[in-house]
Design a binder for this molecule. Structure first.
Ligand code: PDD
Length: 285
């Protein structure tokens, strides 16, 4: 039975109830986070909470939860749900008004919900055992504020579904100028001639915490050249390796794009090295 947190209380999932007038339900008016936790140890807790607080401030949701309070909630949920490999999911909406009106209501308490769900325990990075991912690519048709981790994910969901229906694990997205943005639920890295390239942060993509940790770990513990720059879908098609990253999958090697092999069609050597470094250092941040 899974134990969740709702507005100050822990309870069984079945007992957690919210109003149909909650603006999260009506408008997708909320901000969320997913923080990985392995055997009770969280990865990137501080940057995850900072990103959520930035998102709440940007959309004008006033919530007086301190970082310590979030830490307590996350740790309690991990403990109450068996301390295995968990994604700790935090979700804050603008709250439930007395009617459906677009304008932000005054004097409404935000709704705070949190739960834990199972995520895979990352296998030891190994070129021969880690299965590679297959991607399709398509034009990014989401909104212009993709840097906000909004619960309004229909654009992402529709893109994810495109890949899913094509029998793929993810959908890689590019803008009207054919520049990669990210994938429907992951950031992207393109590797060419030993250089690790990822699109720069702007309004077109989520500032992924896994992306940030990967960049920090590469800078601190390797001599790979890193470039945060515009990278096109054409470059991705010529790449030696492609990776996608997110809190639940860490760094996943991509072995096919639109039905064609990436590089030699096998999990890449550089992925193996960087995924090993990530395993070693992910708890340092
Ligand atoms: N997805 N880009 C998008 C659109 C995402 O939804 C995610 C994460 C990422 C990677 O961010 P991070 O490394 O901070 O997890 C990039 C989460 C896990 C989800 O919606 O389930």
């Amino acid at each position: 039975m899974s134990i969740v947190y709702l507005n100050g209380q822990y309870m069984a999932m079945e007992d957690a109830k919210i109003s149909p007038l909650d603006r999260g339900f009506l408008f997708g008016d909320g901000i969320y986070e997913v923080i990985p936790s392995y055997a009770g140890k969280m990865v990137g807790f501080t940057p995850h909470i900072k990103r959520m607080q930035d998102g709440l401030a940007e959309v004008g949701i006033n919530l007086d939860y301190s970082t310590q309070k979030w830490q307590h909630i996350c740790q309690s949920l991990a403990e109450k749900n068996g301390n295995q490999s968990l994604g700790i999911y935090l979700h804050v909406t603008r709250g439930a008004d007395t009617r459906r009106l677009h304008a932000y209501p005054k004097d409404v308490e935000p709704t705070v919900f949190a739960m834990a769900f199972d995520i895979p325990t990352p296998p030891k990075p190994d070129r021969f055992t880690k299965q590679g991912f297959a991607l399709i690519s398509t034009e990014d048709l989401r909104w212009q504020r993709c840097h906000i981790k909004s619960t309004a994910l229909l654009g992402n969901v529709m893109h994810y579904q495109q890949g899913h229906e094509a029998g793929c694990n993810e959908t890689l997205l590019y803008n009207q100028k054919a520049e990669l943005t990210e994938a429907s639920s992951s950031n992207v890295f393109v590797i060419k001639d030993g250089v690790i390239i990822t699109p720069p942060l702007d309004n077109q993509l989520l500032p992924g915490i896994t992306r940030k940790l990967i960049l920090d770990i590469i800078k601190a513990h390797s001599s790979f050249e890193l470039q945060e720059r515009i990278v096109t879908i054409q470059e991705a098609r010529q790449a030696d390796e492609i990776w996608i990253s997110s809190s639940s999958k860490e760094i996943a090697p991509v072995i096919s794009l639109d039905g064609k092999p990436v590089g030699d069609g096998k999990v890449g050597e550089i992925w193996q090295q960087v995924a090993s470094l990530y395993s070693e250092h992910k708890f340092d941040y």
